[in-house]
Design a binder for this molecule. Structure first.
Ligand code: TA6
Length: 303
């Protein structure tokens, strides 16, 4: 079976590749893939903390949490009752038991989320989300479809205003990682509380050797996350911003569900629409997409 359901988790398999996810938050917690130089040996490409809560009591610390409809603490008037990063990552999504594709090239499924009484109590907007997950030999794609299901024909239009982001925890030797190409971009430095404006990135390759929490605006959409011997590339559509986050030891030790030393084993590279708000009119659908690809490795990671 290319998709196996066990309780509230799903595992998709395609050749040597596999991915494992929770319906809670539609959170992918594992992606195993080989590379062309080591075709018989799949290794883990995502980081998930061994202390992550997997019982639905809080968002999962690792993998690919889905951030919607607000990034960080809410700032939009319609989001003010929501928790940091919104409700998509801690709501239970539905799977219809079907595959979208299941052939020689890929396996793909779609999960959905609609307003529940719990969501509507805090967020009184009509919406429909579909999350499409596609696995190929060397790639994992995620795609968030956001539909404004309002039927209002009022003017001005009853727009749905939101932010969305894929909070990728890429398994990587954090102290050797470089993220490119970010040079020349404006970014908001969440670590520098003394400065409220935008900085300009001067580095050709961005590292996370010190605690980093940077929100880059109007970024190119395609990135490489590399370390000596390997890496992951990320290609996106409709996600104009990208966040680079690693807390390093001092802040990392204060994260209750972070395993000891976990910050040494990942870098978060998070494509999203998070500076300002995306707006869609009633009946319209917005689609944000990313594809993570293994860069064929000279050396295997040992993390
Ligand atoms: O995306 C980066 C960030 O917003 C950081 O500021 C950091 O707090 C991180 O997300 C984790 O947030 P969480 O709510 O999962 O603890």
């Amino acid at each position: 079976m290319p998709v196996q359901q066990q309780g509230d988790t799903l595992t998709l398999a395609h050749g040597k590749a596999s991915t494992h996810l929770y319906l809670y938050g539609a959170t992918i917690v594992s992606w195993k893939a080989s590379d062309k130089r080591h075709p018989d040996e799949s290794i883990e490409r995502l980081f998930c903390s061994s202390k992550a809560a997997l019982d639905g009591s809080k968002p999962i610390r690792g993998g690919i949490p889905v951030v919607f409809p607000c990034f960080g603490a809410p700032t939009h008037p319609e989001h003010m009752s929501l928790a940091q990063h919104g409700f998509a990552r801690n709501s239970i999504w539905q799977w219809d038991g079907k595959t979208i594709t299941d052939d020689d090239n890929s396996i793909s499924i779609g999960l959905t989320l609609e307003p529940t009484p719990e969501i509507s109590g805090k967020y009184n907007r009509p919406f429909h989300l579909t999350y499409v997950i596609t696995l190929t030999d060397y790639e994992l794609s995620t795609e968030l479809h956001v539909k404004n299901t309002s039927t209002s024909s009022a003017y001005p239009p009853d727009n749905l205003e939101f932010q969305a982001l894929f909070h990728n925890y890429i398994r990587a030797p954090a102290n050797q990682v470089l993220v490119t190409p970010l040079k020349g971009l404006k970014y908001f430095d969440k670590m520098d509380t003394s400065f409220d404006g935008l900085k300009t990135e001067e580095r050709a390759g961005v590292d996370v050797k010190i605690a980093t929490d940077s929100v880059y605006e109007n970024a190119p959409g395609n990135y490489e996350v590399t370390w000596p011997g390997g890496g992951i590339s990320i290609k996106t559509k409709a996600l104009k911003d990208v966040v680079i986050w690693n807390p390093q030891a001092e802040a990392g030790k204060k994260i209750g569900d972070m395993e000891n030393g976990g910050w040494e084993r990942y870098v978060c590279v998070e494509p999203g629409y998070v500076r300002g708000f995306e707006k869609i009119e009633p009946g319209r659908v917005w689609v944000g997409h990313q594809t993570l690809s293994v860069i064929h490795e000279e050396r295997r990671m040992n993390l």
